[in-house]
Design a protein around this ligand. Sequence first.
Ligand code: C5P
Length: 207
Amino acid sequence: MIIIAIDGPAAAGKGTLSRRIAEEYGFHHLDTGLTYRATAKALLDAGLPLDDEAVAETMAREVELAGLDRSVLSAHAIGEAASKIAVMPAVRRALVEAQRGFSLKEPGTVLDGRDIGTVVCPDATVKLYVTASPEVRAKRRYDEIIAVGGRADYAAIFEDVKQRDERDMGRADSPLKPAEDAHLLDTSEMGIEAAFQAAKTLIDAAL
Ligand code: C5P
């Protein structure tokens, strides 16, 4: 069983990199951020409070990993709500259990998120920590919105990226940080294609 763990902050390029790796090796892929987003959306849709841990845990236990789709979970409000419920230990326990179950699929899996190498799959075959400067990540988000004809404010996006980093890195339960045995990939300068080639070299060496 092969597990590739990919962690890092928002908009560092984890998603694109994970999908490329999964495709290259024929592995199953789980974007664990979607499990937090789906829980948050279920609470928002039901008009339930975001600060009741027992209620949020019940919703987390009902998330179906098979049906997760970023296009219906991408709203800014869902991302904000997701990062709020992600500080709750009972929510994390429920989702981590489901994520661990997924990680055991054959012939191999790629999981990306914030705590894969540190908490979800500490024995992963290869651990990557993908990062980029907050400026580069904010610019990527900005370009993505402009590319689809949307309106974006760089300064607001930059503030948002920094706030999300603070919340993800500062929480007591499973804060975002590189595992001790993770390989660091800084995509600020190299771009996603070069990051993929670097990741491939590391994975090939471990298989
Ligand atoms: O990756 P994405 O931005 O979609 O994740 C939404 C939120 O879910 C993150 O801001 C983070 O707080 C939380 N999350 C987490 N652990 C993960 C994946 C996401 O706490 N493994």
